[in-house]
Write a protein that binds this ligand. Structure first.
Ligand code: CU
Length: 181
């Protein structure tokens, strides 16, 4: 029974971390990466960029990433006053707020050849429905007192029902696994 409580707690903390990592990673250019041959704005039109998502620029040493501060600089490939410069070849850029961001390659001539991309970041509409529900945690410890595996499904399940459905499903699955011990 103690083991069940521990597992239920583990499941809850695991679900909490899942809900905070729903953000997507967008590898710029898909499998080809950050390369000259790609029409990035055609690629990005199929993407949905949200606050909290990450961009990943993957490229060889021929290229780099320069973030530009304005549409004007972007259109004219003015790399003189960059907001940020990256060159690791596997650069992660976090999209922390809504708005448009402008990136270009820093290698001379590449931006003019079209190696640049605008990223329109929309607000995150992921359903963070699981409001912190009082009570659901309080009875998880006591409910498993009654002993053997036969009763634990109903009693523990009751506490879990206060949360959203998928937590219930995962919780019951884990309780089922725990009762197999
Ligand atoms: Cu380049």
């Amino acid at each position: 029974m103690k083991m069940q409580s521990v597992i239920v707690i583990l499941v809850f903390s695991g679900l909490l971390s899942v809900t905070t990592t729903l953000a997507a990673q967008h590898v710029i250019g898909g499998s080809q990466g950050w390369e000259q041959t790609i029409d990035f704005n055609s690629w990005s039109s199929d993407q949905s960029f949200k606050v909290g998502d990450q961009l990943v620029f993957k490229y060889s040493g021929l290229h780099s990433v320069v973030e530009l501060g304005s549409e004007t600089a972007y259109k004219s490939c003015d790399l003189g006053t960059p907001v940020n410069s990256l060159s690791s070849g596997n650069d992660v850029v976090k999209l922390s707020k809504t708005g448009t961001r402008y990136f270009a390659c820093g290698t001379p001539g590449h931006c003019e050849q079209g190696m640049k991309i605008t990223v329109n970041v929309g607000s995150s509409d992921s359903k963070t429905a699981s409001s912190p529900d009082s009570g659901s945690s309080s009875d998880s410890g006591s409910s498993s007192d009654s002993g053997s595996s036969s009763t634990s499904d109903a009693s523990s399940g009751h506490g879990l029902r206060a949360s959203v459905g998928y937590i219930l499903a995962v919780g019951l699955l884990v309780i089922g696994l725990a009762s197999a011990f």
